[in-house]
Design a binder for this molecule. Structure first.
Ligand SMILES: Nc1ncnc2c1ncn2[C@@H]1O[C@H](COP(=O)(O)OP(=O)(O)O)[C@@H](O)[C@H]1O
Ligand SMILES: O=C(COP(=O)(O)O)[C@H](O)[C@H](O)COP(=O)(O)O
Length: 691
């Protein structure tokens, strides 16, 4: 969806017309007294340190408590206005140019919000473009917080696009505009660190942010800059809410609440982008509500209020509307506003008088009502955006996949394909081979085959997989198929995805009932024998005759102990050669063209999948219901490229995209189809988790 529909919307155009009128008519007092004189002095006396120059010329220290990026944003409009003033012999266009710069930042913020929430452009326009708080703060009160807010939203949009360096630079510029945006830094850092799939982005993000922020360092050496930007009474307000703990000790509650919020987000383990937005918004809410905040700070809340209303129900909009009206209403009579010189109007004194008529008790009551409404919104945001966040509830437990099948049926191959989707960093893999009771050279194998449960420590296998499902680490030894020996035990830590594969992975109900996807590889027997023979001889150093004898010896145990697991699987995958003769003629059995017969237990997404596999992947499908239990059988043939599998995945399981690696390794051919089938099983299971 292009943004053209946004600009063409009459709600946008009406809002733009209104804002252009406000830019022409309204001259906010704080701009008239502080910001514009500072800009004009900086333009008239070009220097790298206009802050010191302004103070040296007797300017007020309150005039411009902002960093160099804010100055850069304000310069063009003000300069053009001043040039127009010079040409026209007037003196109001410089200030109007300053206000036009803010309107530009306002439009940029709207566009960034549209890119973040493209689903409901009309609702976004009403909620943001006509926001009472945004209109009041930027056009009536005249604060310039819209600039750092726009840069912060740009940083968030870029990080969602995995453009880490650019995102870091945007955040650094936001800090260099108004340092208060530092409140968002811990949450973005937690988001990148706690999501293993994003952890690699943390470094480029930090470098980008540091580079942009450090560009401000030269100004930190200027006493004028430091006193104007960091010495304002505004920044000290976060310490106003304090508990006296003695004659010289106070407990600062606002920083305490903020740190607790940051810790709470840290404890979430994995957080989705939506949760990042909610957490950042919550932290701004906490600071603004717990502080006698200047009007400009309320603008920081607007993008998060908009997100909450877009994703929430009517109660969210009613609450946010009430909060906005109360806030603007109180601020109109307690904070400075704008004059209308072109109309010879100045409502300032009348509003100020109305403010003085309000007793401190009434003012406090009004403020308390605003904070109360804000806190109810905060609780609603925590409940709606966090506790009910699907990703949050899924993030508390690993995704678990069980893969069973006879020797050589493709368990390890499928496990690797699944790990390629999620990212090895997010997967812990438990292999049943590591739980053989003896190594290759034990005499016991004369009487037992590996397929016999008694030859495997299945109790330990099940307990270890269940432990990982519960987020606990395990210690297990690895079986080395090249040497036929066990390697020393090693620790396997919890992870976001648990893949348990093995001859007996679906052997015990108390385990297989907990898998999000339980797969049985029911490969065509000739294909499996060809694969096993080729692998055991070429990769495991077995003698061909030995492998053939082993296959015969194992046939009884395969029927008795392996095949019955088919009934426990939610997904039975039967790979078959398209042409059996290929097995004999292909250079390697791994290269034989395959087709796939998939049995999906209680399949509900198979029709959607069939449409996409035919439409996007160009495959040939035959789908039919099996029996009365809703099982579906799908025969899939054809060639499909890995990138088409990725495209199909984005269509089929959009809700899982944040669980996949940022660059998922999709497979081509039937392996890619099996990736999709397992993902659909996982999504079905996760939906049941949160029902
Ligand atoms: N989907 C597949 N396409 C082609 N070859 C495969 C496929 N799955 C497995 N193979 C081949 O079959 C052999 C056995 O696979 P493997 O994953 O080791 O089976 P298992 O782990 O069940 O013993 C390997 O050589 C592998 O290359
Ligand atoms: O049956 C299997 C299981 O492995 P897989 O399912 O991977 O085939 C193997 O033959 C045994 O693990 C012995 O391995 P080795 O022959 O290396 O001693």
């Amino acid at each position: 969806m292009t943004s053209a529909r946004l600009w063409r919307d009459p709600v946008f155009r009406a809002g733009l017309a209104l804002k252009l009128v406000l830019v022409v008519l309204l001259v906010p007092q704080i701009q008239q007294q502080w910001f514009v004189p500072f800009l004009q002095h900086a333009i008239a006396n070009p220097s790298l340190d206009p802050w010191s120059g302004f103070l040296a010329a007797g300017g007020t220290p309150m005039a411009y408590p902002y960093g160099p990026v804010m100055l850069l944003v304000h310069l063009p409009g003000t300069l053009l206005g001043m040039l127009a003033d010079w040409a026209a012999g007037t003196d109001a266009l410089g200030a109007a140019g300053f206000r036009l710069g803010l309107l530009g930042a306002d439009v940029a913020t709207l566009y960034l919000l549209y890119r973040l929430f493209p689903e409901q452009p009309r609702k976004l326009l009403w909620l943001y473009w006509w926001s009472p708080i945004a209109l009041y703060v930027t056009y009536w009160n005249g604060q310039t917080d819209i600039v750092p807010v726009a840069l912060l939203l740009l940083s968030l949009l870029l990080i969602r696009q995995y453009r880490a360096t650019a995102s870091g630079v945007a955040l650094g510029l936001a800090l260099a505009a108004k340092f208060s945006m530092v409140l968002a830094v811990p949450f973005i850092g937690i988001y990148l660190w706690r999501n293993k799939r994003l952890r690699s982005l943390l470094r480029p993000f930090a470098i980008g942010c540091a580079a942009a922020t450090l560009a401000v360092v030269p100004w930190l050496l200027s006493p004028g800059f430091v006193s104007m930007v960091f010495g304002t009474p505004e920044s000290a307000r976060v310490f106003d809410l304090a508990l006296p703990l003695g004659p010289s000790l106070r407990l600062y509650l606002t920083p305490l609440l903020y740190l607790l919020a940051a810790y709470g987000v840290w404890r979430l383990r994995r957080i989705s982008f939506d949760l990042l937005l909610a957490a950042t918004g919550l932290s701004f809410f906490l600071v603004v509500l717990a502080t006698p905040a200047p009007p400009g700070w309320y603008l920081w809340l607007v993008p998060f209020l908009v997100a909450h209303q877009l994703q929430g129900d009517r109660s969210a909009r009613v609450l946010a509307g009430g909060f906005s009206v109360l806030l603007v209403g109180l601020r109109l009579v307690t904070s400075s506003g704008a004059a209308l010189p072109l109309l010879q109007l100045d409502p300032g004194p009348a509003l100020a008088r109305a403010g003085t008529l309000m007793t401190p008790h009434a003012h406090s009551l009004g403020y308390t009502l605003i904070v109360a409404t804000g806190l109810v919104l905060l609780v609603q945001m925590v409940r709606e955006r966090v506790a009910r966040n699907d990703y949050y509830r899924l993030g508390q437990k690993p995704v678990t996949v069980g893969i069973a099948g006879d020797s050589g049926s493709g368990k390890d191959t499928l496990s690797l394909a699944l790990a390629g989707m999620f990212g090895e960093h997010s997967v812990v893999h438990v292999s049943g081979d590591d739980y053989h009771v003896w190594d290759r050279f034990a005499p016991m194998w004369k009487g037992l085959t590996h397929l016999n449960p008694r030859a495997n420590d299945l109790q330990r296998f099940n307990n270890d997989v269940l432990a990982l499902m519960d987020g606990k680490p395990i210690h297990c030894r690895q079986y080395d198929h090249v040497g036929g020996r066990f390697l020393p035990p090693s620790r396997l830590d919890r992870n976001d995805v648990v893949i348990a594969s093995g001859l007996h992975a679906l052997h015990m109900p108390r385990l297989y009932e907990r898998f999000d996807a339980s797969v049985f590889l029911d490969v065509d027997e000739d294909l499996r024998r060809a694969w096993k023979l080729h692998r055991d001889v070429n990769q495991r150093g077995h003698d061909r005759e030995q492998v053939l004898k082993s296959l015969e010896r194992r046939a009884v145990d395969a029927r008795r102990h392996i095949h019955p697991q088919r009934a426990a699987a939610s997904l039975v995958l039967r790979l078959m050669p398209v042409n059996a003769s290929h097995l004999l003629t292909a250079a390697s059995p791994d290269l034989a063209r395959l087709k796939l017969l998939a049995l999906i237990r209680q399949g509900t997404s198979h029709e959607r999948m069939a449409r996409i596999l035919i439409g996007i992947c160009g495959l040939h499908l035959d789908v039919q219901q099996v029996g009365e239990t809703g099982d579906v059988e799908m025969i899939i043939e054809g060639d499909v490229a890995a990138e088409d599998i990725g495209l199909a995945a984005r269509q089929l399981v959009p809700g899982l995209q944040e669980m996949l690696d940022i660059h998922p390794q999709w497979e081509g051919g039937m392996s890619g189809i099996m990736q999709l089938l397992v993902l659909i099983q996982i999504e079905e299971s996760l939906k049941n988790r949160i029902r």
